[in-house]
Ligand binder design. Structure first.
Ligand code: 5GP
Ligand code: ZN
Length: 121
C-alpha cells in the first residue's frame, strides 16, 4: 500500500536489518529497540491493524505466531523467554498502521504498562 512504512520495507524501498523472510512474512530489527533484542514481525500483506483483520487473515496471523516461535529460537530467546506484543489503534500505542508484532527479549522485561495517571486503578 502506498505511503505505508512497512510496505516500503517489504518492497525494499526503505532498508531494514532482516532477520527472516519468506513469501508471507518479514522479520527485521526495530530501529529503536526497547529491549536488547527487539524484532518487528509483519505479514507482507497490508492489514492496517488487528482490528482490520478478517477471514483468512486469522490463519495468516496464526502462522505468524509460528514464525515468532522460530525467530525466538534463532535469536536465542527461547530458553530465557520473551514477549510478543501487538499494539492496536491509538489507545494501544500503534504508530505504524500495518499489522505487526513486537518480539522482545534478551533481558528481564518490566511489568506490562497499562493505563497510567489518574485513570489507573
Ligand atoms: P508500533 O508503535 O506501531 O506498535 O510499532 C512501530 C515500531 O516500528 C516502533 O517500535 C518503531 O521503532 C519501529 N519503526 C518505525 N520506523 C521504522 C523504520 O524505519 N525501520 C525499522 N526497522 N523500524 C521502524
Ligand atoms: Zn503496509
Amino acid at each position: 500500500m502506498e505511503n505505508c512504512l512497512f510496505c516500503k520495507i517489504v518492497s525494499g524501498e526503505i532498508p531494514s536489518r532482516k532477520i527472516y523472510e519468506d513469501d508471507e512474512f518479514l522479520v527485521f530489527h526495530d530501529i529503536q529497540p526497547a529491549a536488547p533484542v527487539h524484532a518487528v514481525m509483519i505479514p507482507k500483506k497490508h492489514i492496517a491493524s488487528m482490528d482490520e483483520a478478517g477471514g483468512e487473515d486469522f490463519a495468516l496471523i496464526g502462522r505468524l505466531h509460528q514464525v515468532a516461535q522460530e525467530t525466538s529460537r534463532k535469536l536465542g530467546l527461547a530458553e530465557t523467554g520473551y514477549r510478543l506484543i501487538n499494539n492496536c489503534g491509538p489507545d494501544g500505542g500503534q504508530t505504524v498502521f500495518h499489522l505487526h508484532y513486537h518480539l522482545l527479549g534478551g533481558a528481564k522485561l518490566g511489568a506490562l504498562t497499562g493505563i497510567s495517571g489518574s485513570h489507573a486503578e
